[in-house]
Design a protein around this ligand. Structure first.
Ligand code: FES
Ligand SMILES: [Fe+2]
Length: 367
């Protein structure tokens, strides 16, 4: 019933790993843009590396290693000084945004080897992105396309989940949405989900697309509300779509929506329906914890703050169900170190993700 173009499920390397290592040569979201300020530093760990994030006086985001050169006190506990600097909270050493020590209060001369790492940083799509790996490889062109986040044609908002699990478990969760039927049965789940066909493709640009159409069904509560926001009083059956786009290493943008059955949405005319984009980017914090940044964007009723807030709160509730499941899954994984993962048809998209991450880790000499 399903057109699966993925490779065999049992593949060599780390693809079946339960605790998946994370690539370092990659852009990861460290924070929402509004979290990084020129008032005080923000502490955040990205890919196992504690960072102190702040903005210079002219608004440029900075990410420094969060350990002073002197005795490793966290710079994030210090204060911002001058136009682009930060002062260690312990003995007052000051660093500029390049990570170079510019002042040692207790002596006249500054030791020239006094440095902390300054990570490549980019601000894009309402996020601050950092590159924890080899800075010479940090090409901003490889930041995944999340243009819906700040396009005038889309509106919406999101939040962060501090997920107590390996980042790969979140990716698995988002690459297979049949779990909605079981985890989210009161909001977006419906039994036709697992019965509907899907296709999985690796695209020429390296991304992976999983496409699923669920045709001629009763809209579940979340989607009935959305279509009534645009077409008040709507009644009837819909065609529903979920088109998952994965961009390595850990960004997943999901084109979702419903349109009245028979109005041509599967053929490309979505004008009678409602369309959203679920934007997800997952930043490994440690092997067993992840910063999961999400937003729900829509392309209708753009000026309604009420709808923006209702959607954010609604999705927040739905994603809370995922968070509880992921936390429980991680606990069970840790309690069963001798057990393996097995893969089903529904894991085709997730297996592509694992293979692509495995390739990235090999390129770094870490697989
Ligand atoms: S630990 Fe930072 S100045 Fe001493
Ligand atoms: Fe979910």
């Amino acid at each position: 019933m399903t057109d699966v173009q993925a490779e065999p499920l049992a593949a060599p390397g780390q693809v079946n790993a339960k605790i998946f290592p994370f690539p370092l040569n990659a852009w990861y979201v460290a924070a929402w843009d509004h979290e990084v300020t020129s008032k005080k530093p923000l502490a955040r760990t990205v890919a196992g590396q504690p960072m102190a994030l702040y903005r210079t006086a002219d608004g440029r985001p900075v990410a420094l290693a969060d350990a002073c050169w002197h005795r490793l006190a966290p710079l994030s506990m210090g204060k911002l000084v001058g136009r682009d600097g930060i002062q260690c909270p312990y003995h007052g050493l000051q660093y500029n945004s390049a990570g170079r020590c510019t002042k040692m209060p207790a002596q006249e001369t500054v030791n020239p080897s006094a440095l902390v790492t300054s990570y490549p940083v980019e601000q894009r799509y309402r996020y601050v992105w950092v590159w924890p790996g080899d800075p010479l490889l940090a090409d901003p062109a490889s930041i995944p396309d999340m243009h819906q986040m700040d396009s005038p044609e889309w509106a919406g908002d999101g939040l962060t989940i501090e997920a107590p699990c390996n980042y790969q478990l979140v990716l698995d969760n988002l690459m297979d949405l049949t779990h909605e039927e079981f985890v989210h049965h009161s909001s977006i789940g419906q039994e036709e989900l697992s019965e509907s066909d899907f296709t999985t493709r690796r695209e020429a640009d390296g991304s992976v697309t999983v496409t699923r159409w669920i045709r001629d069904v009763t809209p579940p509560p979340f989607w009935l509300k959305n279509i009534r926001d645009r077409f008040p009083g709507f009644e009837g059956r819909v065609d529903r779509w979920q088109i998952i786009h994965y961009y390595a290493p850990s960004t997943i943008c999901i084109d979702v929506g419903v349109a009245p059955t028979g109005t041509g949405a599967p053929e490309g005319d979505r004008s009678q329906g409602v369309n959203g984009y679920v934007m997800n980017t997952i930043t490994p914090e440690t092997e067993r914890s992840s910063h999961y940044f999400w937003a729900f964007m829509r392309n209708y009723r753009l000026d309604s703050q009420l709808i923006t807030t209702q959607l954010r709160e609604g999705v927040h509730g739905v994603f809370g169900e995922d968070e509880a499941m992921l936390a429980a899954q991680q606990r069970a994984i840790d309690a069963n170190p001798g057990k393996e993962f097995y893969s089903l048809n529904i894991d085709a998209g997730g297996m592509w993700v694992r293979r692509i991450l495995d390739e990235m880790l090999r390129a770094e000499g870490r697989a």
